[in-house]
Design a protein. Structure first.
Length: 416
């Protein structure tokens, strides 16, 4: 390589360096000029606003003093206006905020009224299951075909195969059914057998309501999409508020659009705070962890954590429910896991229940849309399969239509 070529390369490199340095210097100069221009414009705007405010301030003296000349005015008249009135005028002019009246906090209905409504709605329901069962058993002499019809009726009501077979065997040996008896005795026999299957000696109380309950008592709500899980969480908060308990909600359903907003709407009506993420799609476990920490710091009575609806065949999402529980328990033990099921889904809901029981462990079931319909037998089958009781039922769309499950009201609703 000759000397001229070396010099040429050096010259090109030097020119490139100079261009780069020059570009950087020009860019910094340009930014500096822009910043100076913005600061100058801001200063002018501030001066203009100050002048406008000064012109709007009440500076006129009292009428009696205004008639005097400046030399005759007293020192008080010549004194500037007091600070307090000026500050009040400035506050109104700068903000223009008009405080809106805060809506009153609702007082939810207590358990007594809820149970009464439950009984009324179940008793008024037109239940094809109960009527069909009663009509078959009311025959004078029951043939094998009649008993098969009884079992079929129970299966169609989603009582479950094992429970249906058990009930039929009990009825076949009951003299009030097989003998020639009046309808009243038949109804009592059927009522007694159904009550035995549903269970009248089962503890259906929530952990948070028991004497000596832990504080805060943590409840995790789980269930598939469409069962009314978030709504049930809001209604459950109202139930606790009616018992004068302090409640906090955790919006760990970060996947469904506006789920946290829906929960906040429920909480606002009864002055219950909601812990939520600032963005959609955040880690649900982190929201649950934060909610547990805040509930512990605030020493509330109950923390209810709402989770995203899951499809039972999504193994990775089911694993995430287990993660939510583990993370929550780093701050507080989880006392209750309530599975929300739609009573009208029947055996499909039963399949969902089994998967959730394996994923996170269930302590109780909440049945929504329980109106004494033909699928009401799910109460019996879900308890038999999972070994956990139905603790709460929803019988309407109202905010206080969630009530403790009452076996006698339920069976009477089935029989009509």
């Amino acid at each position: 390589m000759d000397t001229n070529m070396v010099y040429g390369i050096i010259a090109v490199v030097v020119i490139a360096v100079l261009l780069i340095v020059g570009g950087i210097w020009m860019d910094r100069s340009r930014k500096k000029n822009i910043q100076q221009s913005q600061e100058a414009a801001k200063a002018k705007a501030d001066e203009r606003l100050a002048a406008e405010r000064a012109a709007q301030r009440p500076t006129a003296p009292e009428p009696a003093e205004a008639k005097r000349s400046p030399a005759e005015q007293t020192p008080d008249a010549l004194a500037p206006p007091a600070e307090a009135p000026v500050e009040e005028v400035e506050t109104v002019e700068e903000t223009g905020v008009v405080e809106e009246p805060v809506p009153p906090v609702e007082k939810p209905e207590g358990k007594k009224g809820r149970l009464q409504r439950l009984r009324e709605r179940l008793s008024k329901s037109s239940n094809p299951f109960g009527k069909a069962l009663f009509n078959i058993l009311a025959k004078d002499h029951l043939s094998e075909t009649d008993w098969e019809d009884v079992e079929d009726t129970l299966l169609l009501a989603d009582v479950g195969a094992e429970a249906s077979e058990q009930l039929v065997e009990q009825l076949r040996t009951d003299a009030r059914v097989t003998g020639e008896t009046d309808p009243t005795q038949l109804r009592e026999a059927l009522r007694g057998e159904l009550l035995a299957l549903v269970g009248t000696d089962v503890d259906r109380s929530l952990e948070a309501e028991k004497p000596g309950a832990k504080k805060p008592s943590v409840i995790i709500m789980v269930g598939v999409n469409g069962t009314g899980k978030t709504t049930t969480a809001g209604k459950l908060a109202r139930l606790f508020v009616s018992e004068d308990k302090t409640v906090m909600l955790g919006a760990a359903d970060t996947f469904r659009a506006a789920a946290a907003d829906q929960l906040e709407t429920w909480g606002a009506k009864v002055d219950v705070p909601v812990v939520r993420s600032d963005k959609e799609g955040a880690d649900p476990a982190s929201v649950a962890f934060e909610a547990a920490a805040k509930a512990k710091d605030d020493d509330v009575d109950v923390l209810i954590i709402d989770t995203a609806g899951r499809l039972q065949n999504k193994a990775n999402l089911m694993d995430e429910l287990g993660k939510i529980r583990r993370v929550t328990e780093k701050n507080l033990p989880v006392d209750e896991v309530l599975l929300v099921l739609d009573a009208t889904t029947g055996q499909n809901g039963m399949a969902q229940a089994k998967v959730f029981a394996e994923a996170i462990g269930i302590t109780g079931v909440v049945l929504t849309k329980l109106d004494g319909s033909a699928k009401g037998g799910i109460v019996i089958s879900v308890q038999k399969e999972l070994g956990v009781p139905v603790k709460l039922v929803g019988v309407g769309e109202g905010p206080d239509d969630l009530a403790p499950f009452d076996p006698e009201s339920f069976v009477d609703g089935i029989l009509g």
